[in-house]
Every structure is written in structure tokens, then in C-alpha cells.
Design a protein around this ligand. Structure first.
Ligand SMILES: Cc1ncc(C[n+]2csc(CCOP(=O)(O)OP(=O)(O)O)c2C)c(N)n1
Ligand SMILES: [Mg+2]
Length: 365
């Protein structure tokens, strides 16, 4: 008896250089989406600027990790996903994506400021929080690990018969693409044709390791061919490019065309964390095209395409700075965990009032 060979993805799969939304008609049609993405970018930037100041003033214990320069990519993904239906596993530089996906700012300030009312109950000082009920698993520090987690979540839904219409997405860095977890997760998702989007924010460095010491191919997007999945490269500093490419990748995954890899080119505009001055990043990289600040580019794009006025954008700055201020003030006045009452309850279903999940309704609007 001859065994039937399994069906294969068409080869070569699309590995495309994603282009920006080009015509004014496209921009106008996406007005609401683009303004919404920009709001999340700006909220995240203002929040992170504040976190940086708090860290430098010694008010935050532990590390502070910023997504400065990566907001266009992250916020576009968060906006393209559907909270409560899709899955989103953000990484350390995805405050903008978290915000876009619907995480209130107070979750962030409560975590960094050690409030017992926060999602980590004051036990973790920075970025490992999640909101599993809305489809956002808690962040895992081990590079690449979230790829198999999202693949597994999608696979589980398929086995339960409730996968239809869902997309699972995660962001990783260039460094994560060298891990076994990245490979195993992406390969499994490819074989099973899971509706997964993996965004690689290639910010040119993994801590101080440059791309040249990280991978030998020209562009990480070439890896998509090897996995037999869709692949796109995009200018991660360009909001209009991100909007067109990332929404297309999400659409393809949702349509059942299997995993999509999006490699966004940009530069980390801060140190690895606020403890790191990033002095190993050569000046040429900062002055290069991808060293541009995506907030500046997006501001220009919104104004030039008539999507917002200068005055409107200024008023958003004021409004969001105020929101940030309130989220910080609220978290600062909340109690830290009481070491005499706390016990270890990572797996507890809740046995005392202190184990009850905090009420998120206290967030600022
Ligand atoms: C498997 C694993 N190895 C090493 C580390 C330590 N580590 C934390 S962040 C980091 C650099 C990450 O670089 P990249 O994936 O490019 O993301 P970026 O920080 O640039 O956003 C390293 C090596 C880790 N968390 N997990
Ligand atoms: Mg990196």
C-alpha cells in the first residue's frame, strides 16, 4: 500500500516587502484605525517616559524596560486583534500593544510601583503581568517561549472545537529568533496551519549583541520560507506601513492561511532597560533610516493626510499625560503587599480576601 504524502504549503510562500498604505483613499478609509493606533502609541510613550523618570528618582524597584521606537508595530498589532476573542502574548517592549489590546494603564503602574492591588499583587516589579481572561497570557521572560505558548493555546481551541475566527499573536525580538522555542513553536504552528501571527521586532540588538552576531541570513523574514509560512518585512518606524502589513498578516491568519511572520525593522531607542545607557549602539545606527522615532513619523503622517490637526494632537498629549499622572498617583497611594499576611499562592484559587483578584474598575478612563 502506498502512503499518501501529506499536503504541502505552496512553495515558495509569500515573502513580501510590505509597503505603506499608499493612496489617500486608503488612508481615509482607515482613519479610525490609524487614529486609534496613534492613541495607543502616544499613551504608551507618555507612560514609559514617566516610568523612566520614576526609575531615575529611585521610586521603582527592579528594572524598567521601554518600547521606545517600537510603538507603531506594537500598537498596530494590538489594535488589529480582537480582545476577548484573539490571543496576544506581549513582550517587554509592548506597552503600546497592551494598551491597544485594552489593558488599562493602571495595570502597568500598579505592577511597577508594587501595589498589592495590581495584577501581580505587588510581587513582581515589572513586566510579567497578563490578563488571561481577555486573552492576554502573562509575559514569559525566556526568549521565544511565547511562540509555543500561543501555538498551544490555538491548538487547544481547535481540539475543543472553538478555534474558528480566532487569531493568536505574539511579539519577539531578533534575539529570540535564535532560540529552540521560537523554532519549535513556529514549526508546530506551520505544520498544523494554526492562525498565528509572530512579529519579530528586529531592533538590531539583543541586549548588546548586534544582528551580525545573531543570524547569518540577510533578513530574518527569509526564515518564513523554511517554515513554509507567509512572511512580510516592514519598516517598523512607519505607521502607515505597519498598518497595511500587520493588518494584512492578521487577516491572512484569520482567513485560515496559516501562520504569518512579520519582521519589523527598527531600532531600540533606549537601553535594554533603564539601567543600560545603550552606549554600544553605534552612531551610524542611530542616524540611519531605522533610527527614526516612529511617534514623530506618525505625527507627520496624521497631519499630512488630514487625519488629525496639530492642535488635536497637542490636546491628546495633554489628555494622555493626565491619564498617566492619575494612574501613577492611584498606584502610589495603594498599599504594598504585607509580608506577614501574604503567603505563596501562585496556584491558589483564592482562599483569603487578599487572594481575590483586584477590581479593575478603579482604572482611569
Ligand atoms: C532563553 C533566554 N536567554 C537569555 C535571556 C536573557 N535575555 C533577556 S532579554 C535578552 C535580549 C533580548 O533581545 P531580543 O530578543 O532582540 O529582544 P529586545 O530586548 O531587543 O527587544 C536576553 C539575552 C532570556 N531572557 N531568555
Ligand atoms: Mg532585539
Amino acid at each position: 500500500m502506498r502512503l499518501q504524502s501529506p499536503s504541502r504549503n505552496s512553495y515558495p510562500p509569500p515573502v513580501a516587502q510590505g509597503s505603506p498604505i499608499a493612496s489617500n483613499d486608503d488612508v481615509t478609509a482607515n482613519r479610525k484605525f490609524l487614529r486609534s493606533v496613534f492613541h495607543s502609541m502616544l499613551r504608551a510613550r507618555l507612560l514609559e517616559n514617566k516610568l523612566s523618570s520614576l526609575y531615575k528618582a529611585g521610586k521603582i524597584v527592579g528594572g524598567v524596560y521601554l518600547g521606545k521606537g517600537q510603538e507603531a508595530v506594537s500598537a498596530t498589532l494590538g489594535t488589529a486583534l480582537i480582545p476577548g476573542q484573539d490571543f496576544f502574548a506581549p513582550l517587554i517592549r509592548d506597552q503600546a500593544g497592551r494598551t491597544a489590546f485594552g489593558e488599562p494603564l493602571i495595570d502597568c503602574t500598579r505592577t511597577y510601583l508594587g501595589s498589592a492591588a495590581g495584577p501581580m499583587r505587588g510581587r513582581d516589579g515589572n513586566i510579567h503581568r497578563g490578563r488571561p481572561t481577555m486573552g492576554m497570557p502573562a509575559m514569559i521572560s525566556h526568549l521565544g517561549a511565547q511562540v509555543p505558548v500561543i501555538a498551544g493555546m490555538l491548538f487547544a481551541k481547535r481540539l475543543q472545537g472553538t478555534l474558528a475566527g480566532r487569531v493568536g499573536a505574539t511579539c519577539v525580538g531578533d534575539g529570540a529568533t535564535s532560540t529552540g522555542a521560537f523554532h519549535e513553536g513556529l514549526n508546530l504552528a506551520a505544520v498544523e496551519k494554526l492562525p498565528m501571527v509572530v512579529i519579530v521586532a528586529n531592533n538590531q540588538f539583543a541586549y548588546s549583541t548586534p544582528n551580525t552576531r545573531q543570524f547569518a541570513c540577510n533578513d530574518l523574514v527569509e526564515k518564513a520560507r523554511g517554515y513554509g509560512i507567509g512572511g512580510f518585512a516592514v519598516d517598523g518606524t512607519d505607521l502607515l506601513a505597519c498598518a497595511s502589513v500587520i493588518t494584512e498578516a492578521v487577516r491572512r491568519a484569520r482567513e485560515g492561511r496559516g501562520p504569518q511572520l512579520v519582521v519589523a525593522h527598527l531600532l531600540r531607542l533606549s537601553g535594554h532597560g533603564e539601567h543600560d545607557d545603550g552606549s554600544y549602539v553605534p552612531r551610524e545606527n542611530r542616524e540611519d533610516h531605522y533610527g527614526r522615532d516612529c511617534i514623530d513619523i506618525a505625527t507627520r503622517q496624521l497631519i499630512d493626510h488630514g487625519l488629525a490637526t496639530e492642535e488635536e494632537i497637542q490636546s491628546w498629549h495633554r489628555q494622555f499625560a493626565d491619564e498617566v499622572q492619575r494612574a501613577v498617583a492611584q498606584a502610589q497611594q495603594e498599599a504594598a503587599p504585607d509580608p506577614y499576611r501574604e503567603d505563596w499562592s501562585a496556584l491558589s484559587s483564592g482562599v483569603s480576601p487578599i487572594h481575590q483578584a483586584p477590581n479593575p474598575t478603579t482604572q482611569p478612563s
